[in-house]
Design a protein around this ligand. Structure first.
Ligand SMILES: [Zn+2]
Length: 205
């Protein structure tokens, strides 16, 4: 393929934007941009409009922190079919998908938005921990299932949660070993996640 600098300016800019996406290298960005050149005008305009309203149209659930339409409660929090007595605590939105794909969990979620990390200057106040505390206030939640990646930061966060919520009349449990130590839960396959959830145990055991 040609040197990117030989393309018209606007195309170079599209290539640069696409190159910011995860897993997209320079060559892939170039191929994608050239492919967009073959789209119908209307499709390109629709794509552009969708991108420009993305941050306005998609928000985070005020209850659990998962993605949602605008600022309404998400499809889990507003579903009558989910068990409301158990909340699974995860770091990021992508891990909700991993757990959903396992088909083993029918409760609600709580997305912390990260893990406690002194190295990165991220403490409990930077995570959605107070929001979790509020969800426990009415006594409906009986179990908090901690599903954090089994690395140093995940451990520190799990212990913090156990310390904060241990005496509040809820059972704290965590997913079973089986997810490799140090791995990112977002990439666990459905079968691994299913066995990790079905083999969950009480925190500290
Ligand atoms: Zn929600």
């Amino acid at each position: 393929m040609a040197d990117i600098k030989s393309y018209p300016d606007a195309l170079q800019r599209v290539i640069a934007y696409l190159g910011h996406l995860p897993g997209v290298g320079g060559r892939t960005a170039e191929r994608m941009a050239l492919s967009l050149m073959s789209w119908q005008e209307g499709d390109l305009a629709g794509f552009g409009a969708q991108l420009s309203s993305l941050r306005k149209d998609v928000g985070f659930c005020p209850v659990c922190g998962y993605l949602t339409n605008g600022s309404q409660p998400c499809r889990f929090c507003s579903s009558p079919d989910r068990e409301r007595s158990i909340i699974c605590v995860v770091e990021q939105v992508t891990q909700v998908h991993t757990i959903e794909n396992s088909g083993c969990f029918k409760g609600l979620y709580h997305v912390l938005g990260g893990k406690i990390s002194p190295m990165k200057g991220r403490g409990p106040a930077d995570l959605r921990i107070e929001e979790l505390r509020e969800r426990l206030a009415d006594g409906e939640v009986k179990e908090i299932l901690i599903a954090l990646s089994p690395d140093v930061e995940g451990e520190a966060t799990a212990h913090y949660l156990a310390q904060e919520f241990g005496g509040m009349g809820v059972m704290l449990s965590r997913i079973a070993a089986g997810v490799p130590v140090g791995s990112d839960l977002s990439f666990a396959d459905a079968a691994t996640m299913a066995s990790a959830i079905s083999g969950r145990r009480r925190f500290g055991e």
